[in-house]
Write a protein that binds this ligand. Structure first.
Ligand code: ADP
Ligand code: MG
Length: 654
């Protein structure tokens, strides 16, 4: 190998270099391992410059050398060598590029190209500090270099990073640059082959020249996000997804776009097939990595995308990103905020387009990932309007399993309708058999069906869509007649208003504080009664949640009392009206039972034991006289009943 021929020339670093070196070594980078990334990026840049030079220059020294980057290490000695066959450096370049801070030979190269109207997207360096990261882990760095010109000289630059460097002339160096790091004792682990390989794969997988570690070529992958869309096959897109996201599923669809303004970005984003959170794997981590000209900056940058887009996988590459910046300071930078804005907007636009042009693809996506978009509505005010357009729900107009958008819902509503009605329930069947839908059905007013608890939060946060407010169909203050007349005209006769009023008073008296009021309602058709909410926002589902919260430690001042509405046309209600004057006791327990049944339909009845017992009481009363039961047996049953009631009360009281 090379030998020294003349005594070395000593140079002091510029005053600022000393300062910056100190900053670089002690605080600029969070992860020590990134020195590998920086030196490989420099090697790649030097190789790219050589490739570029070869196009115009015929006389190239060592013209037959393969364009590749070789990495070797000696664990015992604690050394790492990174060797390229690139453009090399002359003496003045060594002084300028490695001895001057913030001087980037790569940037100069690019500027020279620009002046002649050319571009080169492949160069990474631009800030002129990356090289110094070597001193974070090494107490001595040797740089052996031979530039590409036939009459160039072989040179040896060396420094311990403290204040000065030396340059000596040597002999027989091949073209390019060889950097030898003497690792500090505590960083010798970086010389392990596995460790080195891992770091290179992580940060430099997309470098365009082959990288060999101990002679073994690492599988580098093409940075397809920088290629033209028309040059990439679907297969390549899918392969890249699996590589980048470490995924086993196929991507559902992807978004590949570039922009020059306001930022220079190249982005490739994927929607996965499977929702891992849906499988119960816990909260997903964001999966879009941030690159600057093919080199990884951060594999899980915070704030690059809103939280609700954490299922998205892919790459964002921005040439405007400073390579030499710590992760912490980057997360809050305005640059990241700008990227976030541009990317989120484009991704939402993609979803909107999918919904319009490929509704089946979108519906399937909605089925698996709809929850994330709902989360977005409740947490991301900036994108709420766009997100609302993407919501899909089953409704009283759709078939089972089919959904509608809010816009389509409104397109079917009459001009008089100022609301978007919805009902929550555990299933379509539960909602359809409940008492609330009847009146809407009878007037052909569409009601959205919501099956997930989060839906109520979504409606509450969003409040309205295109100026039509979301209203739960179990709310009291709905004037359906103002929207549409009832279609069914021949209906069962109702109790007259005097009888209906006195029945309401009777029931209220029996139910006491369990309800705030009892009224007759025209909204009911086939059911005798229902619980409605006086507060449009306080739906049955919300009550249920509040109740649950009270049980786990308690908050707020108790469950707000519900209103009971009875159906004056229903035979049971009509009979009860008579019974209230003839058999006060039976009418009382039937009133209680009606309340519990209505609670059950609203999903508000948690402990059914009291209700079941009362049901038996009613059955027993009705069967009196038809059976000739023995008095002894009856007494036993009565005793047992008291015991059961006591335990039930204990349970509900606690
Ligand atoms: P940057 O890469 O941002 O320009 P660096 O501090 O990493 O800053 O490198 C400074 C300069 O040193 C580079 O721009 C380049 O001109 C020169 N340089 C560094 N490494 C090499 C190399 N392996 N071969 C040739 N030149 C190099
Ligand atoms: Mg660099």
């Amino acid at each position: 190998m090379s030998q020294k021929t003349a005594s070395p020339e000593r140079h002091e670093f510029q005053a600022e270099v000393k300062q910056v070196l100190d900053i670089v070594v002690h605080s600029l980078y969070t992860d020590k391992e990134i020195f590998v990334r920086e030196l490989i990026s420099n090697a790649s840049d030097a190789t790219e410059k050589l490739r570029h030079t070869q196009i115009t220059e015929k006389e190239i020294f060592d013209a037959d050398l393969d364009l590749e980057i070789q990495v070797t290490s000696d664990e015992e000695a604690g050394t790492i060598t990174i060797c390229d066959s690139g453009i090399g450096m002359t003496r003045s370049e060594l002084i300028e590029n490695l001895g001057t801070i913030a001087h980037s030979g790569s940037k100069q190269f690019l500027n020279a190209l620009k002046e002649s109207g050319e571009r080169n997207e492949n160069l990474i360096g631009q800030f002129g500090v990356g090289f110094y990261s070597a001193f974070m882990v090494a107490d001595k760095v040797d740089v052996y270099t031979r530039n590409w010109q036939n009459d160039g000289e072989s040179l040896h630059w060396s420094s311990d990073g403290s204040g000065a460097y030396e340059i000596a002339v040597i002999e027989n160096e091949r073209r390019g640059t060889r950097i030898l790091l003497h690792l500090k004792e505590e960083y010798k682990e970086f010389a392990k082959k596995d460790r080195l390989e891992g770091i290179i794969k992580n940060y430099s997988a997309f470098v365009q020249f082959p990288i060999k570690v101990e002679g073994e070529e690492l599988n580098t992958v093409q940075a397809i996000w920088l290629k033209n869309k028309s040059d990439i096959t679907d297969e390549e897109y899918k392969e890249f997804y699996k590589f980048q996201a470490n995924a086993y599923d196929e991507p559902r669809f992807w978004l590949h776009f570039s922009a020059d303004a306001p930022l220079e970005i190249n982005t490739l984003l994927y929607a996965p097939t499977e929702n891992m959170e849906g499988f119960g794997f816990g909260r997903m981590e964001p999966g879009v990595s941030l690159y600057c000209r093919k080199v990884l900056i951060d594999s899980d940058p915070k704030n690059l995308l809103p939280d609700w887009l954490r299922f998205v996988r892919g790459v964002v590459d921005s040439a405007d990103l400073p390579l030499n910046i710590s992760r912490e300071s980057m997360q809050d930078s305005t640059l990241i905020q700008k990227l976030n804005k541009v990317i989120t907007k484009r991704f939402l636009k993609l979803l909107e387009e999918k919904a319009k042009k490929e509704p089946e693809v979108y519906d399937d996506f909605w089925g698996k990932f709809g929850l994330f978009l709902k989360e977005g509505v409740t947490t991301d005010f900036t994108h709420r309007d766009q997100l609302l357009k993407l919501l899909r729900y089953e409704s009283s107009y759709t078939e089972e399993g089919k959904t509608t958008s809010l816009a389509d819902y409104l397109s079917r509503a009459t001009d008089g309708q100022k609301e978007i009605f919805y009902l929550s329930g555990t299933s379509r069947a539960a909602i359809e058999s409940g008492p609330y839908l009847e009146a809407f059905k009878g007037r052909n007013i569409e009601v959205l069906f919501m099956f997930e608890p989060v839906d109520e939060f979504v409606m509450n946060h969003a409040r309205s869509f295109e100026e039509k407010s979301f209203v739960s169909a179990d709310s009291d203050e709905i004037d359906l007649d103002a929207i549409a007349p009832e279609t069914d005209t021949d209906k069962e006769a109702a109790l007259d208003s005097a009888a209906s009023d006195s029945l309401c008073t009777f029931i209220k008296e029996k139910l006491g504080d369990q309800v705030s009021e009892v009224t007759a309602s025209e909204r009911l058709v086939g059911s005798p009664a229902m619980i409605v909410s006086g507060d449009k926002m306080m739906t049955a589902q919300m009550r249920k949640m509040m109740k649950a919260m009270q049980q786990d430690g308690g908050m707020m001042g108790g469950e707000p009392p519900a209103k009971l509405q009875i159906n004056p046309r229903h035979p049971l209600v009509k009979n009860l009206s008579n019974l209230s004057t003839s058999d006060n006791e039976l009418a009382s327990i039937i009133s209680l039972q009606i309340l519990d049944n209505a609670r059950m339909a609203a999903g508000l009845l948690e402990d059914s034991s009291t209700m079941v017992q009362r049901n038996y009481d009613i059955l027993e009363k009705l069967s009196v006289g038809t059976a000739d039961t023995k008095k002894v047996a009856k007494k036993k049953v009565a005793k047992k009943k008291v015991a059961t009631k006591k335990t039930t009360r204990k349970k509900t009281d606690s």
